[in-house]
Design a protein around this ligand. Structure first.
Ligand code: URA
Ligand code: SF4
Length: 187
């Protein structure tokens, strides 16, 4: 990484994902928000549009955010651990996460959020260095770099487990997002 400006992220070729991507997917939402969400990597819809979380997962995430009273356009900034789509939507490799990390660090520095939500296990691994165990980790507040950090299930997991029942993954995620909203109100 030579020039640490987010504008340069759009032309980054630091890892092989640059060869197969259509668009570098950097962020959406408000860069001045106190809340930052970090997902895994762009999928097909994101790669086409250049915006994170706009496919089925993103629509479900936005719906749950709205249900707890958070406005996805105004109350948060959303990005991914890697900015280019992995072919076939495979998980990003360790080297890809490392190559892309300076961009994520720059985003955290610029947005300077008080609360970070880690959406799914890849984001948890990237930031906290903890592998797996989302059932135990979700909903458990962590402290990292003077920030409150909350792991939540990835919406793709909720789409695979669509039960609306109390205590099912979707309900737990709504509860987690509600805890995020309350944490932001406490400030
Ligand atoms: N899944 C993610 O983790 N991020 C996106 O932007 C879309 C789907
Ligand atoms: Fe650069 Fe990240 Fe895209 Fe790799 S995934 S080319 S490091 S922006």
């Amino acid at each position: 990484m030579t020039l640490h400006s987010l504008e340069n992220c759009g032309v980054c070729t630091a890892c092989d994902l640059s060869r197969t991507r259509q668009t570098v997917v950097i962020s959406r939402g408000d860069p001045a928000a106190s809340l930052m969400l970090i997902g895994e990597a762009p999928g097909a819809k994101e790669d086409e549009s250049g915006r994170p979380f706009v496919g089925r997962s993103g629509q479900l995430l936005d719906q749950l955010l709205r249900e707890v009273g958070l406005d996805p356009d105004r109350d948060l900034y959303i990005c991914n651990a890697v900015k280019c789509r992995p072919p076939g939507n495979r998980r990003p490799k360790k080297g890809e996460l490392l190559s892309c990390r300076p961009w994520l660090d720059l985003q955290i520095e610029l947005v300077n959020p008080e609360v970070i939500v880690l959406v799914g296990s890849t984001a948890v691994e990237a930031i906290l260095g903890i592998k797996g165990g989302m059932t135990q980790l979700r909903g458990q507040w962590q402290h990292w770099q003077e920030r409150s950090v909350l792991p939540i299930f990835h919406p793709s997991y909720l789409l695979r487990n669509p039960s609306k029942a109390e205590g099912a993954p979707t309900d737990l995620t709504r509860q987690d997002l509600d805890a995020v909203r309350r944490r932001l109100c406490e400030r």
